[in-house]
Design a protein around this ligand. Structure first.
Ligand code: CTP
Ligand code: CA
Length: 223
């Protein structure tokens, strides 16, 4: 019995994870999006399930497969849909991980007919999307919270500020300094920052291995 519980340490836990990009509609055929593949979030969802967790995966547009009997996947498109899905489930969640590359802004007035080509310039007004992670961070009763940060300069300083602002228990910093890290590649280089600003640094490795490091850190903190 002891062996089973050490192999499946998350057996009684519900984990929610956001992943992938979001698509923000401009008109019926166009959107604003980004190059997130959803691979990092999918790898974390599979790793959590392999450790016995019941996983709610809220995925933006992505072709990545995440088949596992313990993964319940909800596909969404926009940041607002992702926000709504998260808040419909967060009250019953033990651990929430926000790996999605959420669009910071969306077109203010998406139109329902295709925009016709006319003048030489076109201006699209954008408005800020809700910050899903910060909205959960601000709750009084909240799950153990894991955020991500992507920085291109003053990495640690910006990451510390983000952790504090969004009230994360752990913040995963994606290092963009490394060419084996980030969007569209199968490897990643991360550092993990806890509430006391302790920093654990990891080597560049496949995203499946990075997912194990992240889940190990979560288990160390919650069990
Ligand atoms: N995030 C979110 N909802 C948003 C924007 C970001 O849940 N509308 C989450 C991301 O999933 C990630 C964390 O917040 O876990 C940090 O995202 P990031 O883009 O690095 O930070 P921002 O606060 O958006 O700041 P900026 O893009 O200006 O660096
Ligand atoms: Ca952002």
């Amino acid at each position: 019995e002891k062996e089973i519980s050490s192999k499946l340490p998350l057996k009684d836990k519900v984990c929610l994870i956001t992943a992938g990009p979001t698509y923000e509609p401009i008109d019926p055929v166009r959107f604003i999006g980004n190059h997130s593949s959803g691979k990092m979030g999918a790898a974390i969802a599979l790793e959590l399930a392999n450790r016995g967790a019941s996983v709610k995966l809220i995925m933006g547009p992505s072709h990545v497969k995440t088949d596992h009997e313990l993964i319940d996947r909800v596909d969404v498109k926009s940041a607002q849909q992702m926000y709504d899905a998260v808040h419909s489930m967060v009250a019953t969640t033990d651990v929430a991980i926000f790996s999605a590359a959420v669009a910071d802004y969306r077109p203010a007035n998406p139109v329902d007919q295709k925009i016709k080509k006319k003048s030489n310039t076109l201006t699209i007004e954008l408005v800020k999307n809700p910050d899903i992670l910060a909205s959960v961070g601000a709750m009084t009763q909240k799950p153990f919270l894991v955020g991500f940060a992507l920085e291109t300069e003053n990495e640690l300083e910006h990451a510390f500020a983000k952790a504090e602002k969004k009230q994360t228990d752990l913040l995963v910093l994606n290092s963009m300094r490394d060419k084996g890290a980030g969007f569209g590649v199968d490897t990643n280089k991360i550092a993990i920052i806890d509430k006391n600003k302790n920093v654990s640094r990891f080597e560049t490795k496949p995203k499946t291995e990075v997912a194990k490091d992240i889940v190990d850190e979560i288990i160390k903190k919650i069990l």
